[in-house]
Ligand binder design. Structure first.
Ligand code: 0O2
Length: 217
């Protein structure tokens, strides 16, 4: 009857979301291993922290609606690639690229898409290096590829993005122009801080200057 149908749908939804959690766990482990290895081998660690989140079914569905697609499981799998999200916060810009290189070079990962908002920041000033990877999750039924979005950024970029995100939702995506301009300006300041901090770091460690081709708006 109807109740059985509801239960079946609930079970399918749980199964669907659980795979993303497993994919996320795999990627977290990969980053945590790199971090621990760095800790052991060097006097300095490029990773400040690792966080993760699973998108709620509600926000998956509303993202589908915004894109104008009927939210079936297959459609969600094809269009929403950030259900599983891992965020790696690094000390410096060069570390962000280093983590990106180390992660994407792993042979069991397939790189589906790269968005380099560090080299090419978004018009609002948002900076971050995004990569969508497909990681195999091994279940009793075999290997299942799962898409995971990895956002790699610096502490300054993360600081900016978390405030911007709060403001964006506070104003329900309609942020007043004046505030938008101030945010974009603050993003410029954050980028400048990144450059200065990396410069100091390199000076202390006797490293050559990093060349950073950022075209901040
Ligand atoms: P939430 O609430 O963080 O989950 P696509 O259709 O996939 O090409 P999409 O999904 O916008 O476009 O991809 P993109 O640009 O890579 O953004 C994915 C995620 O990056 C967002 O997820 C945010 O987490 C983050 N992000 C992107 N742009 C901004 C920004 O301008 N400010 C902040 N603070 N974060 C940003 P969600 O689902 O939009 O949001």
């Amino acid at each position: 009857g109807a109740l059985d149908e509801i239960r079946a749908l609930r079970d399918e939804t749980e199964r669907f979301m659980l795979r993303y959690k497993f994919g996320m766990d795999e990627v977290i482990t990969k980053v945590a291993i790199l971090r621990e290895e760095f800790n052991q081998a060097n006097d300095y660690n490029p990773i400040e922290h690792i966080s993760s989140r699973l998108k709620s079914l509600d926000s998956v569905v509303s993202k589908m609606r915004r894109k104008g697609v009927e939210p079936t499981f297959d459609a969600i799998r094809d269009t929403v690639t950030d259900i599983a999200g891992v965020r790696v916060t690094c000390s410096f810009v060069s570390d962000a690229y280093r983590i990106f290189e180390l992660l994407t070079a792993q042979p069991d990962l397939r790189v589906l898409k790269v968005k380099d908002y560090i080299k090419q920041p978004k018009p609002n000033g948002y900076q971050s290096l995004h990569v969508i990877v497909e990681v195999p999750v091994f279940l009793s039924t075999g290997a299942h590829p799962v898409a995971v979005e990895v956002q790699i950024r610096t502490i300054a970029m993360d600081f900016w993005a978390s405030l911007e995100h709060k403001i964006y939702y506070k104003y329900e995506r309609q942020v007043p122009q004046e505030l938008l301009e101030k945010l974009t300006d603050a993003a410029r300041t954050a980028a400048e801080l990144d450059t200065r901090m990396e410069g100091l770091h390199r000076q202390v460690h006797g490293l050559p200057k990093a060349h950073r081709a950022t075209s901040l708006v």
